[in-house]
Design a protein around this ligand. Structure first.
Ligand code: SAH
Length: 542
């Protein structure tokens, strides 16, 4: 009878996470060979199999013994934790077989049975940290020179991989994890989320979320896997999450925000993709595809640099490589010529066009502003160029925005200082939902202040205040007039209090008019229900 080797990964350690095939394979084998602890972990699955227990460091003799027993006609299960092909026994079994001139057609049968590797089991306990390109690096330098391990950490750090460190530390190997941390701190922020998982799905399971800077303050041992996030990994409700892609948006002074799911995969949100390039043709008018271009570039690189995929990483050129991987993000913000001034100069228009280039977006909105969306890795440069040209920049999204009129070409300028002060205090303030504050310099209110969430109209040296328009939708209505003749010295403070109150106490996504209705009273002004519409009775035949 021809023997067979069953190379089995039994997963992290719990019965529920062993695959059906792995269980069957253990059941159908005559001999089980494995490291003592692993045999103990699968004890419940054993029936009458002969057990060959070995110590941790006896991997080679374990593999040789397995091959010998299989050659004598037995079905031999070689067990590894996690996946047998990930720092497990699968490779070693093949090496021993190859040394003996084995081939699949003539030699013993070999079946490698996959299991859940630590990168997967540990990730599941942390949230979703390996959603994007990830790699595993073993810090064990028993069989791999430390110099090479260092190079791999450098490369993975520079290329923004999520990294799962296996074998991070043992009784004797304590320096490796410190060195790894030092290398990664060159490429990633000290706040980068890091997950430590010890004995995933085993008895003494321990899960800790920390940061790259603080990770060494916790217990890391032989049974720990360390998962280091990439530059986009974030924490939410105690979970470590890496988004699926790099699509990101910034607005001014605002933390980066992920694109909402429906915004993804839009052409303008993927300025970096190869397929964005114009169609190029060669001399025979054949289309040169991005793929062809990329392979040509790779071939050239291989010719000049030898067969190594990445250029040699040394301390001197690491920065260069870092820059090469610098990410572009989408920066979006509103731009206008001023608070009262509504006239762009041609120089400003030219600059806006230049900055947008062919790929950026210039959008004209109903709110007296142009939105500029550009892909950049240097947001400060973009914004300072525009500011130097005299443009006023403002964040967009769920923020407070002051919409003033042009004060009849700035001729009726008496109230301008007040709108400027309001602007200074609240423009860009984060609010539960977008909030527009209309400010008009005379009773004509031709810029429609009363149709905004908050309306302020200057009249006879004093201010009228309007609150809670429903600015969009079929049931849109103007704001309620709540006060007339507010003294000049009170208006700015009052508006500031109203806006800040809404910013602090509004529910997420609650529009201002709903907030007013819920509170019933703001600054002593009472909310009044909008009259219910009467449905017109249509008389038949009329
Ligand atoms: N073949 C195994 C890896 C063996 S190397 C697999 O695919 O998972 C041993 C390393 O794996 C340990 O140092 C630890 O980093 C990781 N590891 C294995 N099982 C683990 C578990 N249950 N919890 C956390 N880490 C584990």
């Amino acid at each position: 009878m021809k023997g067979k080797l069953l190379v089995i990964g039994f997963g992290p350690g719990s019965f529920e996470h062993i695959t059906k095939r792995a269980r069957e394979a253990i059941g159908e084998s005559d001999v089980i060979i494995g490291y003592n602890t692993y045999v103990d972990l699968i004890r419940d699955l054993l029936t009458d199999q002969e057990i060959v227990r070995t110590g941790m460091t006896e991997e080679v003799s374990r593999a040789q013994e397995a091959v010998k027993q299989a050659e004598s006609g037995k079905k031999v299960a070689v067990i590894s934790s996690g996946d047998a092909g990930v720092y497990g026994m699968a490779g070693l079994i093949y090496e021993v077989l190859i040394e003996k001139g084995w081939s699949e057609s003539k030699g013993v049968g070999v079946e490698v049975i996959p299991g859940i590797s630590a990168i997967n089991s540990c990730a599941s306990l942390l949230g979703a940290p390996i959603m994007h390109d990830a790699c595993t690096i073993s810090l064990s330098d028993h069989l791999t020179p430390w110099e090479l391990i260092e190079k791999r950490i450098e490369a993975a750090g520079a290329a923004d991989f999520v990294i799962a460190l296996y074998n991070p530390r043992s009784g004797k190997r304590t320096r490796q994890i410190i060195e790894a941390q030092n290398i990664l701190l060159k490429y990633r922020s000290p706040d980068t989320p890091v997950g430590l998982v010890k004995s995933a799905y085993r008895e003494r399971e321990f899960v800790q979320i920390t940061t790259l800077e603080k990770m060494l303050e916790f217990d890391i041992g032989m049974l720990t896997t360390v998962i280091i996030g990439n530059s986009t990994t974030f924490l939410y409700d105690g979970k470590m999450i890496t988004p699926r892609g790099y699509q990101r948006k910034y607005t001014l002074d605002r933390q980066e925000q992920q694109l909402k799911p429906h915004e993804r995969l839009k052409k303008e949100n993927e300025p970096w993709s190869l397929s964005q390039e114009e169609v190029l043709t060669d001399e025979n008018q054949m289309e040169i595809t991005p793929l062809a271009l990329a392979s040509e570039a790779l071939q050239t690189l291989q010719k000049t640099q030898g067969n190594e995929f990445l250029p040699n990483l040394s301390k001197d050129n690491v920065n260069e490589i870092d820059t090469a991987f610098q990410q572009e993000s989408i920066l979006e913000f509103a731009v206008s010529p001023g608070i009262a001034n509504k006239k762009f100069t041609s120089g400003q228009m030219k600059l806006i066009a230049e900055i947008a280039g062919d790929k950026g977006d210039i959008e004209y909105t109903p709110h007296h502003q142009i939105i500029l969306r550009v892909s950049t890795s240097n947001p400060n440069e973009v914004t300072s160029q525009l500011k130097d040209e005299g443009l006023l920049l403002a964040p967009i999204g769920d923020v407070a925005q002051v919409k003033a009129c042009d004060f009849c070409d700035e001729e009726k300028d008496e109230s301008i200082p007040y709108v400027k002060e309001i602007h200074k205090r609240i423009e860009g303030l984060k609010t539960p939902k977008e909030l527009k504050i209309g400010f008009n310099g005379c009773a004509m209110a031709c810029y429609g202040a009363v149709k905004e969430d908050i309306g302020i109209v200057f009249r006879k040296g004093k201010f009228d205040l309007f609150l809670g328009a429903k600015t969009v939708g079929r049931t849109a209505h103007a704001a309620q007039p709540v006060a007339e003749g507010i003294e000049k010295e009170h208006i700015v403070d009052m508006v500031e209090r109203i806006v800040k109150g809404y910013a602090n106490d509004g529910f997420p996504n609650e529009r201002f008019h709903k907030y007013f209705k819920r509170l019933k009273e703001i600054e002593g002004f009472t909310y009044r229900d909008v009259p219910v519409l009467v449905t017109e009775q249509v008389i038949c035949g009329d």
